[in-house]
Design a protein around this ligand. Structure first.
Ligand code: INI
Length: 182
């Protein structure tokens, strides 16, 4: 038989109204990244974000995404960031270095700053795979990242609000705090 415990659910909604987003996008393979960017912006806009709430920063390639994501996070201006890139496998091991440092760097950027950084970097063996994920058979990963950014921003906001409430309770117990006379 199921117990009676009803856990408190903390979930992020999908309204972007009033939230601020930063998008950092690489110029490399812009045929793909432009489509991912357009879909991410579309997701934010259709969820209630306004032009003033969304900034787009461009960098040369995926390898440069982490540094700019971290710089943007440190401004304190954004509720969430989306990093957009597309790395296509070539004849050498360059692809592996770019992929691993980009993903590692983006994870570090969000862990170091506490600002969600959504990973919208396609890592594909072929151009066809990338096209599929930028608006064809595989949907559009940019749109998914835009929605995920809203969810992460909202759930982070709720967590902050909840922790504020419990801190208040701890700092000011029922009956008020009594000062000792000297
Ligand atoms: N950058 C990409 O974003 N995608 C690629 O496919 C790619 N390849 O294959 O070389 C790529 N290389 C550039 C790299 O990201 C840096 O911009 C460059 O090495 C300068 O630091």
């Amino acid at each position: 038989m199921a117990g009676k415990l009803l856990p408190v659910k903390i979930e992020g909604g999908l309204s972007a109204a009033g939230l601020r987003f930063g998008i950092v996008v690489s110029r490399f393979n812009s045929f793909i990244t432009d489509r991912l960017l357009a879909a991410a912006v579309d997701a934010l806009e259709r969820s209630g974000a306004t032009s003033a709430d969304v900034d787009v920063v461009r960098v040369p390639g995926a390898f440069e995404l982490p540094l700019l994501a971290k710089k943007m996070a440190l401004t304190g201006r954004y509720d969430a960031l989306v990093a957009i890139g597309c790395v296509l496998r070539g004849a050498t091991s360059h692809y592996d270095y770019v992929c691993s440092e980009t993903s590692r760097g983006l994870q570090l950027a969000q862990m170091d700053t506490g600002v969600p950084v959504l990973f919208c970097v396609l890592t594909c063996d072929t151009l066809e795979q990338a096209i599929d994920r930028a608006g064809l058979k595989g949907g559009n990963k940019g749109f998914e990242a835009g929605l995920a950014a809203i969810e992460m921003a909202r759930v982070s906001q709720k967590l902050r609000a909840n922790s504020g409430a419990s801190l208040k309770t701890a700092a000011a117990p029922a009956g008020g705090t009594k000062r000792r006379k000297k």
